[in-house]
Write a protein that binds this ligand. Structure first.
Ligand SMILES: [Cu+2]
Length: 277
């Protein structure tokens, strides 16, 4: 069962063509400098200790945003509060300070540098929260998702490596996605709610029902669910983007999603070559 070199080339050419097509689509995606605003509320009654036990003094306690996004603290409480960078134990960081925000008022701050920013209320120091600012794609207009899979024959498992980077190739943080692999009608990998810290993760499938081939390829789908540790997550377009890493994926859909696939390595392209070894 050795793939002839012509067949291998055909498959390889197909893969290359797909890659070129993909890069072409990628380059037509105009960088969008969209910036988001995220609202954090002062929990009513937060001026009395207790809310810190469940991290509910600022709602939500933690927000994940992209560089260039703005956080607006809305004071829905009856007491005046501050949102001050730093922590009660370490004191103000100097990065931002709302000073007193009266009941019914708000304070906004735009984060232009990636990082994790703790903050607290100067008046009620048990009130604490955190803003996580990711490099993400705010300036670049998208993320790149690369999927690599090792060849496999019937009865073997295979590893699927998902790499999610920013458009400039730099690593991402706190990436959430679902990954699914199928061969024909068989689901051989189905992991939902994957959370990855550096954007690179390998998943192992179940044993393949059949030798991977161009007739029976393994299709891998990665659904991007956004950046962040806790919802609401941030990302190129809302919270859920879907890419299908098969020749049949829709280029128009990809453009709408604003997410690009840079590397497509079909299992079929290499499976039988390996058997030769
Ligand atoms: Cu307060």
């Amino acid at each position: 069962m050795i793939l002839s070199s012509t067949d291998a080339m055909k498959i390889q050419n197909k893969a290359i063509l797909l890659t070129i097509l993909t890069i072409g689509v990628l380059s037509t995606i105009a960088p969008s400098a969209f910036a988001a605003e995220v609202i954090v509320e002062n929990a009513p009654g937060a001026s009395v200790p207790g809310c810190e036990e469940t991290n509910e003094c600022f709602l939500p306690y933690e927000v994940s945003i992209n560089v260039g996004d703005t956080v607006t603290w809305v004071n829905d409480d009856t007491a005046a509060h501050t949102a001050t960078g730093g922590s009660a134990s370490d004191g103000p960081s100097g990065v931002f300070d709302s000073s007193l925000v009266l009941a019914g008022s708000s304070f906004s701050f735009t984060f232009n540098e990636a990082g994790t920013y703790e903050y607290f209320c100067m008046v009620h120091p048990w009130m604490a929260g955190v803003v996580i600012v990711g490099e993400a794609m705010a300036e670049e207009g998208g993320i790149m998702i690369s999927i690599e899979a090792e060849p496999a024959a019937a009865g073997e498992t295979t590893d699927v490596t998902v790499t999610i980077t920013n458009m400039d190739g730099s690593a991402t943080e706190h990436v959430n996605y679902d990954v699914m692999a199928t061969q024909g009608s068989d689901v051989i990998l189905d992991e939902k709610g994957v959370h990855d810290h550096d954007g690179v993760m390998t998943h192992t499938t179940m044993a393949l029902p059949l030798d991977a081939s161009s007739e029976m390829p393994v299709d891998v789908t990665v659904t991007f669910n956004g950046f962040g540790i806790d919802p609401p997550f941030t990302g190129p377009i809302g919270e859920s983007n879907t890419m299908q890493v098969v020749p049949e994926f829709g280029t128009i859909a990809m453009m709408i999603l604003g997410v690009s696939i840079v590397s497509i390595i079909a299992l079929s392209a290499k499976s039988r070559v390996t058997l030769k070894l």
